[in-house]
Design a protein. Structure first.
Length: 133
């Protein structure tokens, strides 16, 4: 997801207007994770895949954040990340060290933590009163 996140950041930072620049980091981190989910699901050739829940929730949340940035969109995405993180941590703790599953789950955990950090930072900034000029 690092390459996807960086690529999305390079494109989106030019597309977003000044008013929406604040959503850049939380949007790009989660959009990169979404691209990873879609790629892995496509490579699995499974029509029904547990990743479809992740894909749907992230797609809806990111579309909402893009179209109408606000605390509610951040909360929806944060709830998703907070529900998925413990599950990923549990799976990570049970995977054999150094296995492909262990490495993939580590990336999931790191990307979820990054998403939560950037969403928390944005949520905090949205709550601060604007300085008068």
């Amino acid at each position: 997801p690092l390459v996807a996140t960086a690529s999305i950041w390079l494109v989106v930072r030019k597309i977003l207007g000044k008013a929406k620049q604040a959503i850049l980091a939380p949007f790009c981190v989660q959009a990169g994770h979404l691209v990873w989910f879609v790629a892995l699901t496509a490579m699995s050739h499974e029509m029904i895949n547990p990743n479809l829940i992740d894909i749907a929730w992230l797609t809806i949340g990111l579309a909402w954040l893009w179209l109408k940035p606000g605390k509610l969109a951040l909360c929806i995405l944060a709830v998703y990340q907070l529900l998925a993180l413990p599950y990923d941590l549990l799976q990570f703790s049970q995977a054999d060290f150094g296995s492909a599953a262990n490495k993939a789950l580590l990336v999931h955990v790191v990307w979820r933590a990054l998403a939560l950090f950037y969403m928390g930072r944005l949520y905090y900034r949205m709550g601060k009163p604007k300085a008068e000029s």
